[in-house]
Design a protein around this ligand. Structure first.
Ligand code: SF4
Ligand code: MG
Length: 292
């Protein structure tokens, strides 16, 4: 932990190519701010992304980054976490990546409780490919791929994560930046899989889901709301529509996947010797000799 880390440590001289007004700007700022709040230096985190507007995020900050393929940032992050559980591993990917193409990885991460933070930039549309309906688009959404309106009911990320066994589930809004910083920091601090679904306007291809649209609907959970109360979380997870709760909806302590992997009991693979004999304790010359 580097106590004196600042936002400047995360600055990178590449300007984002996002449209002016895109919610991704605030998410980028909050990812940096939460890492600073946690006192993590850039080398202590890995950001893994998929394909999409939001998946460009690791390009725009000074941090370890892995720009993977469409729908697969979660498995890449899982591998990285297993190789080095000491690393703070964060996925930043869109709703298409996370709930569509990579939907299976999302479900299995929930039940496995792998120790990664999954920040979903949920603009409820495919933005990079110029505006097709996505897994979280509302029914009736008119797009290039649904000219008569989408006929599919949307994925509901929060209740899906809850019923799939996730141990940390939160919702943020990119228009409420301070609260988003705190939620990201809490998610990264959580031991186990942490989902943060971020309601994020795509001002270009989903203008109906604007800042004003969400501002009228969202509210912060009460201070006395207890996210460890499963029944309360089940009720809160259902809330969607005229009122949308923001904050940590559910939290549970459960052993992480990586803590239970027998092969990792001796410590992170990343810290082990590259010498096969030293690593395995086997005399390879003797093994070779036995075949002669
Ligand atoms: Fe953001 Fe939408 Fe523009 Fe992509 S297309 S950069 S999601 S506003
Ligand atoms: Mg999207």
């Amino acid at each position: 932990m580097a106590e004196d880390v600042t936002l400047e440590d995360y600055e990178y001289p590449t300007d984002p190519t996002w449209c002016p007004g895109c919610g991704d700007f605030a998410i980028l700022r909050s990812v940096k701010a939460s890492l600073v709040d946690l006192g993590l230096a850039p080398h202590e985190s890995l950001l893994v992304s998929g394909i999409g507007c939001g998946s460009k995020l690791p390009h725009y900050m000074n941090v370890n980054g892995y720009h993977s393929i469409h729908g697969r940032p979660v498995p890449v992050a899982t591998g990285a976490k297993l190789a080095n559980p000491d690393m703070n591993v964060v996925v930043t990917a869109g709703d298409g990546d996370s709930y569509g193409i990579g939907g299976n990885h999302f479900l299995h991460s929930c039940r496995r409780n792998i120790g990664i933070t999954h920040i979903v930039e949920d603009n409820r549309v495919y933005g990079l490919t110029k505006g097709q309906y996505s897994p979280t688009s509302h029914k009736g959404f008119v797009t290039k791929t649904s000219p008569e309106g989408s006929i599919e009911p949307p994925v509901r990320p929060v209740p899906t994560a809850l019923t799939s066994g996730a141990t940390f589930i939160a919702r943020a809004f990119s228009g409420h930046v301070q609260e988003m910083n705190e939620i990201f920091a809490a998610a990264m601090n959580h031991d186990g899989y942490a989902l943060v679904d971020v309601l994020q306007p795509c001002v270009t291809f989903n203008p109906g889901k604007s800042y004003d649209f969400y501002t009228d609907l969202v509210y912060d959970l009460d201070e006395d709301y207890d996210p460890t109360d499963r029944e309360a979380a089940e009720e809160k997870a259902k809330e969607w529509g005229n009122r949308i709760p923001l904050g940590i909806i559910y939290r549970e302590d459960r052993p992480t996947y990586e803590e239970q992997v027998p092969a990792l009991q001796e410590g992170p693979v990343a810290n082990r010797s590259l010498d096969p004999e030293e690593r395995s304790g086997v005399d390879l010359e003797e093994v070779k000799g036995s075949f002669m």
